[in-house]
Design a protein around this ligand. Structure first.
Ligand code: SF4
Length: 367
C-alpha cells in the first residue's frame, strides 16, 4: 500500500494548527501546490527549524504561518545526555501535550549512525524486564511525532557534517500496536524528497503481535523485521512477556516462516540476557533448535538493570558461553555492544530517572 509522505506530513502539520483539511489551509493562505512542496522540503529535506527559516517564502507569509500555528517540529528536548565516549546521545523529548518519549543516537566507530526511536508514549505490553513496560501505556504517537525524533537528531548531526544512516524502532512502545502511524512514519523517513533513509536501513522490532506481522509481510517492504523473543520456550517467555499468552512461540515462529517465505528476507531475533532467567545452557540449546535451518539471526543483548526490575544482567562469561552454544549449533548470532551505559541508554531508563516514582507507577498496563 502506497503512503504519500507529503500528504501525511501536511495533514498532521495543518491539523495541529486547527485546520480541518489541507485544502482549507491552502485556501486560507492561497498557497499553490509548489508552495506546499517548498514547506515540506524545508522541514523534511533541508531540516530547517521552522517556517521562519524558509527564505523562499515572503517575510509576510512566514509571519502569518507562524502566527497561525504552523510548526515543523512536534518534539522539544527536555533532557539530552551524551556518553563519556561521545558515541551515544540520549534525548528525552517532550510532546505538545506534555508526554515524553526517548530517542537515542548511536555513532558507531565504523561510521554508521543509528537512531533508535519510540512509537508510543509508554507501552501496554508490560515486559517484566523493561522500564517502559513497567510504567504502562499513555498514548500512540502520530507519524510526525515518530519521524520528528529522527529529525531532531538529523539536525544535530548535520551541524557536525554527518547524517543518519540507520533507524531502529526499538525505543518506547510496541510499533505494531501503533501500526498505521508507524508505517506512515516509515514513509516519511524513507521519502527520497525528505529524509531519504533506505528501507533496508530501517528496522522495526516487535514483541510478536502475529496478526500485524502478517500485515507487515503483505506490505512487501524491504524494511527489516526484528522479533523481541527473549526466551525459547513458552514457560520462560510467558513469565517475562505477557504477550506470549496471546500468541505463543509456535504461532510467532509460524508467522516468521510466512514472512521469510513471502519476502525472502532475514528475520532478526532479539534476546536480552537475564541472569538465572533465560540464560542457561538449556535455554541456549532450545533457542538453537528454534533457529536452526531458517533465515534467522540472533542478537544477544547484555541487560541494563533498571531501578524497578527484579532482574540482573548475565555475566559476560555467561553471555559468551550462550553465544558459543549457538555458534556450535550453526546459528548466526551477534553479541550486541552495549553503548552508553553511563547515560542509562536502555529503553525507558532516562524517563525513569527524570520522573518521580509515584508518577511512573500511576499508569496501568492495558494489554
Ligand atoms: S520491551 Fe518493548 S514491548 Fe516490551 S514493554 Fe518494553 S517497550 Fe513494550
Amino acid at each position: 500500500m502506497y503512503r504519500d509522505p507529503k500528504a501525511i506530513w501536511l495533514r498532521e502539520v495543518v491539523g495541529r494548527a486547527g485546520f480541518a483539511t489541507p485544502e482549507a489551509f491552502s485556501a486560507e493562505f492561497e498557497l499553490k501546490p509548489y508552495r506546499i512542496e517548498q514547506l515540506y522540503r524545508a522541514a523534511m529535506r533541508e531540516l530547517l527549524g521552522g517556517v521562519e527559516d524558509v527564505t523562499t517564502l515572503s517575510l509576510d507569509l512566514r509571519a502569518r504561518l507562524q502566527e497561525r500555528g504552523i510548526r515543523f517540529s512536534t518534539v522539544e528536548p527536555v533532557v539530552v545526555q551524551r556518553s563519556n565516549d561521545g558515541q551515544t546521545t540520549k534525548a528525552l523529548l517532550g510532546l505538545r501535550d506534555g508526554k515524553q518519549v526517548e530517542a537515542v543516537l548511536m555513532e558507531h566507530r565504523e561510521g554508521r549512525t543509528t537512531v533508535c526511536i519510540s512509537s508510543q508514549a509508554g507501552c501496554a505490553f508490560a515486559c517484566a524486564f523493561c522500564s517502559t513496560g513497567q510504567a504502562g501505556f499513555s498514548r500512540h504517537l502520530t507519524a510526525t511525532e515518530i519521524a520528528d525524533q529522527a529529525r531532531f537528531f538529523a539536525r544535530e548531526l548535520r551541524e557536525r557534517g554527518k547524517k543518519i544512516t540507520n533507524i531502529v524502532f526499538m525505543g518506547m512502545g510496541e510499533p505494531f500496536h501503533n501500526y498505521d502511524a508507524v508505517m506512515e512514519a516509515v514513509a516519511l523517513l524513507h521519502d527520497p524528497n525528505g529524509m531519504g533513509i533506505g528501507h533496508r536501513h530501517i528496522t522495526i522490532s516487535t514483541v510478536g503481535w502475529v496478526d500485524r506481522i502478517d500485515d507487515f509481510t503483505n506490505e512487501h517492504l524491504q524494511v527489516n523485521l526484528a522479533i523481541s523473543l527473549h526466551a525459547p520456550d513458552d514457560e520462560t517467555r510467558g513469565s517475562i512477556m505477557p504477550v506470549n499468552r496471546r500468541h505463543d512461540i509456535a504461532e510467532l515462529m509460524a508467522a516468521c516462516e510466512r514472512y521469510v517465505a513471502a519476502t525472502k528476507r532475514k528475520v532478526f531475533f532479539e534476546y536480552v540476557m537475564l541472569a538465572g532467567t533465560n540464560d542457561s545452557d538449556r535455554h541456549a540449546r532450545a533457542l538453537a533448535d528454534l533457529m536452526r535451518g531458517h533465515l534467522y539471526h540472533v542478537n544477544l543483548i547484555p541487560y541494563n538493570a533498571t531501578p524497578d526490575a527484579p532482574f540482573q544482567g548475565s555475566s559476560d562469561e555467561r553471555v559468551w558461553k550462550f553465544a558459543k552454544i549457538l555458534e556450535d549449533a550453526g546459528v548466526p548470532s551477534t553479541v550486541r555492544h552495549n553503548m552508553g551505559t553511563d547515560i542509562s541508554a536502555a529503553c525507558g531508563q532516562l524517563r525513569v530517572e527524570t520522573q518521580p516514582k509515584a508518577q511512573r507507577l500511576a499508569a496501568t498496563p492495558a494489554f
